[in-house]
Every structure is written in C-alpha cells, then in structure tokens.
Design a protein around this ligand. Structure first.
Ligand code: SAH
Length: 204
C-alpha cells in the first residue's frame, strides 16, 4: 500500500465521539499517522511484525500497521468507548486487531504484550498532568525492542536522558499536529503543535 492510499484509508476512520481531556484523547490526524507508519514500514519494523499500539484510542495507528502488513496488531486502551469505536474502525478498514481494555500502568500488561516486535504510540503529552508519558515509555521498552512515539517538539533531550542505559533514539522526524478546538480550555479553533516522531531502540 502506498503512503497516499494509507493516508486515505486512515482519513475514513471515525474519531472520538466525546474526547476526554483528562486522558488527552487527541486522535492522530491521518497525515501524521501515515507518516509515522510509513517510515516504520520502510525501516522494516511493520511488515510481518507483531505491532502493539499503547493508548490505541480509536485505533488509527494499530489499523494503519495492519494495513501495511503487520503480522498481528494489538491495541491497549483505558477507555471502553474508544475501544468500541476502534473495533468499528477495524471493521471499516477490513483488518483484524485485538483491542484490550486496560490501563497501561496496570498489572495485566506484561504477560499479554511481551514478545511484541514494535510499539507505536501517541501517548498523552503530559499537558494535563506532568510525566504522563513516562509509563508509556517504560512499558514500550519493556515489551519491544523498537518503539515509535509521537512527542512534543523538543522532548528528545528529556527522553534521551530518561531512557539512558535502557535504549537510545535512532531517528527523529518532525511533524505537525493540528489540534482542533475540542476542549473548553482551548482558546483558538485550530492550534498547530510541533511534534517529533522518535524511534527508540532498546539496548541489546
Ligand atoms: N493512539 C490513538 C490515541 C492517542 S490519544 C491515536 O493515535 O489516535 C492517547 C490515548 O491514550 C487516549 O485514547 C487515552 O484514552 C489513552 N490513555 C491515556 N492514559 C492511558 C492509560 N493509562 N492506559 C491506557 N490508555 C490510556
């Protein structure tokens, strides 16, 4: 599947019905999701691989991975309503994905997810409460040798320090995340947030 087709397929998916600000439910827009997935695909991290999406929301990343030929694709999400939408979206896209309703900070995580080849995630940025992305990074490094994550621009230094001794950053790609006015604390209709997609590689 070409990049353009992937983007079009992701564009058709349904978003959060009532996004929850506390959970930082921002759906990754199709162009940014397609970019992350296609880069990962070109690096050989998707096709034939077991891919896990942490905080899978409405399923965009997990579904995109499946469309690019992931061998198996799983999503973990705390919000049951988002999972319902994600299951519908997987049906629309014609792919099979196991969506697991769980808190990624909870105990169920390791046994169900270990052995995963690649993690893809757009974790909460910690805009609402500080360091919310840390448990996502910790779990990702625990279950997979390679992780792609979307972070606020400028996070790379903090993340490099945080993962030192466990993993390193092997690629950085800049992107734009247009955030629509969905929460009452937003003051403008659309705000563009600069982000960076980081590829983390676990130390051998
Ligand atoms: N991956 C999706 C959603 C990103 S928004 C996409 O790219 O569009 C971040 C998601 O993480 C939200 O759906 C939110 O509900 C979920 N989330 C936040 N904290 C979580 C936790 N502790 N455990 C599992 N999911 C969580």
């Amino acid at each position: 599947m070409r990049l353009k087709h992937l983007e079009m397929a992701l564009q058709r998916l349904q978003g959060f019905s009532r996004p929850n600000a506390r959970l930082e439910q921002y759906q990754t827009p199709a162009p940014l999701a397609a970019r992350l997935l296609y880069d990962a695909f070109m690096k050989g991290d998707i096709e034939g691989k077991w891919v896990c999406d942490l905080g899978s929301g409405t399923g965009v990343l997990a579904i995109g991975a499946a469309l690019l030929g992931a061998n198996a694709s799983k999503g973990v999400e705390i919000d049951e309503k988002a999972i319902e939408i994600a299951r519908g979206n997987a049906g629309t896209a014609g792919v099979h994905i196991e969506f697991i309703a769980a808190d990624i900070r909870g105990p169920v995580r390791l046994e169900t997810l270990s052995g995963c080849d690649t993690v893809i995630m757009n974790p909460p940025f910690g805009a609402q409460s500080i360091h919310t992305d840390r448990p996502f990074i910790d779990l990702a490094l625990a279950i997979a040798p390679v992780t792609y994550g979307i972070f606020n621009a400028g996070s790379i230094q903090f993340i490099e320090t945080y993962i030192r001794g466990r993993a390193g950053v092997s690629e950085k790609t800049r992107g734009i995340l247009p955030v629509k006015r969905i929460f009452s604390f937003h003051t403008r209709d659309v705000k563009e947030i600069e982000v960076e997609i980081l590829r983390l590689v676990r130390n051998p």
